[in-house]
Design a protein around this ligand. Structure first.
Ligand code: MF3
Ligand code: CO
Length: 248
């Protein structure tokens, strides 16, 4: 079932997403060599709660923390730890969800830890831009195959690859609603978007191969070749003539 949202519901989703945005801006300020990923988790948890929301990842299918922190070859769903210290030259993807007044927000960014290589900076930049390559074509009537192709073709033009086994998603009263929103696709194929659909588009981009594996903790997704990966995600509402990005 795909639930279309009215203007009032989209307004509530914007509020949840603005809290997520504020948390990500705090993460950007805090990220530096020597801090732990648990420190980020605690500080972002406190901000979300202070703003009257709940961190929707906490206890989600047993997930033990309030945010995900994924470093270098970790793609997504890295678990914050007091034993994990950020090191100069790493990149860290921070994924945040918040639910307020019954509606969810979900967004992610990848940040540099101190000075990073030009290659890693390019991976971050291409991942972010791949989201906007999708956002700029989105409006009512566009198909999910077009959206996924816009992301994947842009990413491939740099020799990078998009992760296939994890996808973006509908979002609203639940963090994960229908439809799935893959970061690849065949133009002209797939579901047609309608005004009022709210979706999280979240390219996960690997510098090397697209294949991933999961660590024994059952959550952390890493690249199969050990090369770095970046993540960029926003929640948006589809409109008649474009889209309204709720987490910017
Ligand atoms: N933002 C992630 C997604 O869209 C959700 C992570 S849920 C967690 O898939 F529980 F793993 F944190
Ligand atoms: Co998401």
């Amino acid at each position: 079932m795909i639930y279309l949202k009215n203007d009032e519901q989209i307004g509530l989703m914007r509020k949840a997403n603005q809290i997520v945005k504020n948390a990500l801006e705090l993460a950007e300020e805090l990220v530096k060599p020597g801090i732990t990923t648990e420190f980020l988790n605690e500080r972002l948890h406190a901000l979300i709660v202070k703003e009257g929301a709940y961190p929707s990842f906490l206890n989600y299918e047993g997930y033990p923390k309030s945010i995900c922190t994924s470093i270098d070859e970790e793609v997504v769903h890295g678990i914050p730890s007091a034993k994990r210290f950020l090191e100069e030259g790493s990149i860290i993807s921070v994924d945040v969800g918040a639910v307020k007044d019954g509606f969810h927000g979900d967004a992610a960014r990848t940040f540099a830890v101190g000075k990073i290589s030009a290659e890693k900076q390019n991976l971050i930049d291409v991942t972010r831009q791949s989201f906007f390559e999708a956002a700029k074509i989105i409006k009512e009537g566009v198909r999910l195959g077009d959206v996924g192709h816009a992301i994947d073709s842009y990413v491939r033009s740099f020799g990078y690859s998009t992760v296939k086994v994890m996808v973006g998603h509908g979002i609203g009263k639940e963090m994960h609603e229908m439809p799935d929103v893959p970061n690849y696709g065949v133009p002209g194929k797939g579901l047609r978007l309608l005004a009022g659909m709210t979706i999280a588009i979240e390219p996960m981009v690997n510098m090397g191969v697209y294949q991933v594996k999961f660590l024994p903790d059952g959550w952390t997704c890493v690249t199969a070749d050990g090369k770095p990966s970046a993540h960029y995600e926003n929640t948006l509402a589809v409109t008649k003539d474009g889209c309204d990005i709720l987490s910017l």
